[in-house]
Design a protein around this ligand. Structure first.
Ligand code: ATP
Ligand code: MG
Length: 262
């Protein structure tokens, strides 16, 4: 049974002035437990909309979304979300305080809280920086604290919207490896949004490519059956998957550009 299921989902945004925009229509996707699904698509096609609906922050206007076969009724602790360009750290708390916040709310005892927060701080490469406040951290460091904060809550499902988009190439590659080892160790179910094909081929067990908007839906999904060793740009299997995704995406980029200019 799929863990997450979107069936014939549609989303129409309505502005206060009465204008409406149909972002998604007949969007279908099933995510099995333990899958690492990367969702790719042109800018504005509706990726964040899909993630926000699964997170429970946006209500779909058509169709059905279920988690564990139950219709969604809003955000919950089983789904941890890393937002696109997130800047939601509490400025009055230290980095460690931010990571610990959710654990404190969940009533986890102080000692365990500290241990977990330190563990995830180290995991995102910020050991020794836990005392700093958000204003004293760089953009990339803040983003890593956000990720540590979500991971520390140990949710069953990770929803990540371009979480490494703002990081430099080196840090990004380190974070991708860390995320893969966390995933390998915990087999969490991950919905990961990116517009970087390399990132998707590096991380995913399956890649979904969306049509250009409006009324976007899934165009195709591709299984990525590559070992860790094969997830290397020089590997033939990697190149094959890259080309498949690239071909799917190329036409959509052309359509999006044409629509934007007409
Ligand atoms: N609150 C809103 N009100 C009206 N329209 C919206 C709203 N949020 C998103 N949209 C529109 O819905 C479409 C999909 O937006 P979304 O943010 O999901 O795209 P995206 O694929 O995540 O893009 P990007 O890659 O640039 O992050 C866009 O055309 C956007 O303008
Ligand atoms: Mg987005």
């Amino acid at each position: 049974m799929p863990l997450i299921e979107l069936s014939d989902v549609g989303k129409t945004y309505r502005s206060m002035r009465g204008a409406s925009y149909q972002a998604l229509k007949d969007f279908n996707l099933q995510i099995e437990p333990g899958e690492f699904l990367c969702l790719l698509g042109t800018s504005g096609c509706g990726k964040t909309t899909v993630l926000n609906m699964v997170a429970g922050f946006e209500k779909h206007t058509e169709g059905r979304i279920t988690v564990h076969d139950r219709p969604l009724s809003g955000p919950a602790a089983d789904r941890g979300v890393v937002f696109q360009g997130d800047d939601s750290l509490y400025p009055w708390l230290s980095a460690l305080g931010n990571i610990e916040f959710g654990l404190r709310m969940a009533g986890i005892p102080r000692k365990e809280r500290h241990e977990r927060a330190h563990y995830y701080l180290e995991l995102v490469g910020l050991k020794g920086q836990g005392h700093k406040h958000p204003a004293e951290l760089s953009g990339g460091m803040k983003q890593r604290i956000q990720i540590a904060r979500v991971l520390a809550n140990e949710p069953e499902i990770l929803l990540m919207d371009e979480p490494f988009g703002a990081l430099d190439a080196q840090t990004r590659s380190v974070m991708q490896k860390e995320l893969l080892s966390i995933w390998a160790a915990t087999r969490k179910t991950v919905l990961f949004i990116t517009h970087d094909i390399d990132e998707a081929v590096t991380l995913a067990t399956r890649i979904g490519v969306m049509h250009a908007g409006p009324a976007s839906k899934l165009k195709a999904t591709i299984d990525v059956d590559l070992t860790t060793e094969q997830r290397d740009r020089t590997n033939d299997g990697y190149v094959t998957v890259y080309r498949q995704v690239h071909a799917l995406l190329r036409d959509e980029v052309a359509i999006a550009m044409k629509r934007a200019s007409s």
